[in-house]
Design a protein around this ligand. Structure first.
Ligand code: SF4
Length: 402
């Protein structure tokens, strides 16, 4: 059958779609890039923000209006919220992969050994979240927290290595809840063909000494951490139900940076949370300015039904949210410049992902997106480069091969 698969949302959703795609390919199905050419359409949905939910719903409506006879499977978080009447089959997150594959009469699920157009392989090691941050819908949409079997993960990493994947990104809904994270990184690093291991995102209070030591001493564990701050105001962090204070966040990040000076740290911030005053917002800006972070993803707060924050009073005007988001984006650009300046003339290693117009592109160990000028390098090669300059509008580091 010809299948169109559309994935929205987080790295966990992307991993799950890849597993579906890989198993369908192994069973003789084909994938098409336009839903009009397909026999079956699968949408692996995400509703983490109101904006993402709208994108999913708009696509479903568009598909059903223009192609009412095509079979449509809607899976994931959107279905957790409501059954989609336009869909021929609704599948929630509970055993999503198994149920979708069963629809195609596939009973045995294989580990992913090959990703589509990707040199970095996501490996899911954990599911679910019990933290219930007051703004977040995810705990209502996913299962209870669950760690995947240690040996099963190692088997999957071995399969990826056999298929020449050099970089593995460990993912989970609440990754830091995986209790043997440092041991897992250590064990995966013993696989000869795996050259790089990265964590997708981790909460500040879950970064223990063993994890920091792995990053510092294990050459295969990349010096990069994505640690969500969300707010620099203790009042707002408490309302968000985040289990740390701004002082804890600052001290811990500084401690990690002292131990691993080359580390790249990226973060998320929500602006316009209910009752976020100008003073609260300024505190967020101040925290970011204090830290040598190189990228800030900013999200204007959006209300999600059923969450605690949905019922909170003190809505912030959309124009103020946009203005605060603009300030953070501008600051993020400046932080990127400050960080990259330290590496001018330095050598880094880049895993090449793609090439275009006489240049190649990939990520450094500390997660800087690099353009390697005047060189077409085969994707999946790790090359040493020298940092020449940067383009902060594109968040791109301009380099040359050594
Ligand atoms: S830790 Fe908080 S933000 Fe992350 S998935 Fe759990 S509830 Fe959502």
């Amino acid at each position: 059958m010809k299948i169109y698969l559309k994935t929205y949302g987080c790295k966990v959703n992307q991993y799950e779609s890849e597993k579906i795609r890989y198993n369908l390919l192994q069973n003789g199905h084909k994938f098409v890039s336009n839903y009009k050419d397909s026999d079956i359409i699968i949408i692996n949905s995400c509703i983490v923000t109101a904006k993402s939910e709208k994108k999913n719903v708009d696509l479903i409506k568009k598909i059903k209006q223009s192609n009412p006879d095509k079979k449509l499977i809607v899976a994931g978080c959107l279905v957790e919220k409501n059954c989609i009447k336009e869909a021929d089959l609704n599948i929630n997150n509970d055993n999503k992969i198994k149920k979708i594959l069963e629809y195609f009469n596939i009973k045995t699920i294989k580990n992913i050994a090959e990703y589509e157009k990707q040199t970095r392989a996501f490996l899911k090691i954990q599911d679910g979240c019990n933290q219930y941050c007051s703004y977040c819908i995810i705990p209502y949409l996913r299962d209870e927290e669950k760690n995947f079997d240690f040996n099963g993960i190692i088997d999957e990493a071995n399969d990826l290595a056999l298929n020449n994947y050099k970089e593995i990104v460990l993912t989970g809904i609440h990754l830091g809840k995986y209790d043997r994270l440092a041991s897992l990184m250590k064990e995966i690093s013993k696989i000869d063909k795996i050259k790089r291991i990265r964590l997708s995102s981790i909460q500040i209070n879950e970064i223990n000494d063993e994890i920091v030591n792995q990053i510092k001493s294990n050459k295969k564990v990349m010096p990069h951490l994505h640690i969500s701050l969300q707010s620099g105001s203790n009042k707002i962090l408490k309302k968000m139900n985040r289990p740390y204070s701004k002082e804890y966040y600052i001290d811990k990040v500084k401690e990690i940076q002292k131990k691993i000076p080359e580390i790249g740290i990226t973060t998320d911030v929500i602006v316009g949370f209910p009752k976020e005053t100008d003073k609260d917002f300024r505190e967020t800006v101040d925290v970011l300015k204090k830290l040598n972070i190189h990228r800030v993803h900013v999200f204007p707060f959006s209300k999600r039904k059923n969450t605690k924050a949905y019922r909170m009073k003190g809505d912030i005007d959309n124009s103020i949210k946009s203005q605060r988001a603009r300030i953070i984006r501008k600051l993020s650009k400046k932080l990127f410049e400050n960080f990259v300046t330290k590496f001018l003339g330095e050598k880094l290693n880049v895993l090449v992902e793609s090439s275009k117009n006489q240049a190649s592109y990939g990520y450094s160990e500390n997660y800087l997106r690099c353009k390697i000028e005047s060189d077409i390098i085969k994707s999946n090669e790790i090359v040493e480069i020298k940092v020449k300059s940067y383009n902060s509008d594109k968040r791109l580091v301009i380099t040359e091969k050594v």
